[in-house]
Design a protein around this ligand. Structure first.
Ligand code: ADP
Length: 253
């Protein structure tokens, strides 16, 4: 029975996940038998050197790329067995994304871009949804820009729209790839505060790829990848502990 209680706290997991690109002598193993669970309401940072498999892991967990072998679950659903239509529905209902390329719709204004997940899901936002979206828009400094089109905004502003869109509909899982990469330090801190609030106050599970120990210090948990394997899985850590661990990893590899 204990297992059942624990399972309900797991929003996504991969088991024995291997991903290889190419074949024969040119084959690259991006992920090598990785097993990891993302828990409900937890903010997880994924760190590791360039090429260690962070993006591949995130894309496969989000159903954007397929595994070579192993299981990939969102909730209890094994997404590796879904057809494209079913997979699209699971992603739309349960997953939000913040990519480095912002994927905003150029013909829609900022307000419509932020509301797009509701639109696609045929869902009318409620009072609490509006309250949260207003908070996102104000915190992210987007209020004066709601009627603009994406091309009228700077890179950092577009990044903030992508964050508002990913968090707005409060999907249970949010994947963010270097979400503070293009932001100044004050906006970065605010974005990280929002991600922490989305998990602590709204129970969203956040998985964030980052190179930045300060960004990772906002997370409840820090996972380190090296050469396609998980080499450490730590609880909340401060920036200096994370930096020291990264330095030690560099010496080992
Ligand atoms: P990270 O996000 O940690 O920088 P990636 O997940 O992007 O690492 O890449 C892990 C490994 O897989 C790297 O060796 C990379 O070159 C390789 N890789 C990633 N995507 C592809 C691809 N589409 N085709 C071939 N190799 C790839």
């Amino acid at each position: 029975m204990d297992n059942t209680a624990q399972d309900s706290d797991i929003v996504a997991r991969v088991s024995d996940l291997t991903k290889s690109y190419g074949s024969g002598s040119t084959s690259v193993t991006a992920l090598d038998s990785v097993s990891v669970e993302l828990r409900r309401g937890e903010f997880t940072a994924i760190m590791g050197p360039s090429g260690s498999g962070k993006s591949t892991l995130m894309h496969i967990m989000a159903g954007l790329d397929s595994a070579t072998s192993g299981g990939v679950f969102i909730g209890d659903t094994d997404i590796s067995n879904l057809d494209d239509t079913e997979l699209t529905l699971v992603r739309r209902r349960r997953v939000g994304f913040v990519f480095q390329s912002y994927n905003l719709v150029p013909t829609l204004d900022i307000r419509s871009n932020i509301m797009l997940p509701f639109e696609l899901d045929g869902r009318e936002p409620g009072v609490e949804d509006h309250r949260w979206i207003d908070e996102l828009v104000i915190t992210l400094g987007l209020a004066p820009r709601l009627g603009h089109r994406p091309h009228e905004l700077s890179g950092g502003q577009q990044q903030r729209v992508a964050i508002a869109r990913a968090l707005g509909a409060r999907p249970e899982l949010v994947f963010a790839d270097e979400p503070t990469g293009n932001l100044d330090s004050r906006t970065s801190r605010e974005v990280l505060g929002l991600l922490a609030s989305a998990s602590a106050d709204y129970g969203q599970s956040i998985a964030m790829v980052t190179h930045d120990p300060i960004a990772a210090s906002y997370a409840d948990r820090v996972i380190f990848l090296a050469d396609g394997r998980i080499v450490a899985d730590r609880g909340r850590s401060n920036a200096s502990e994370i930096s020291q661990f990264m330095l030690r990893m560099d010496h080992v590899s």
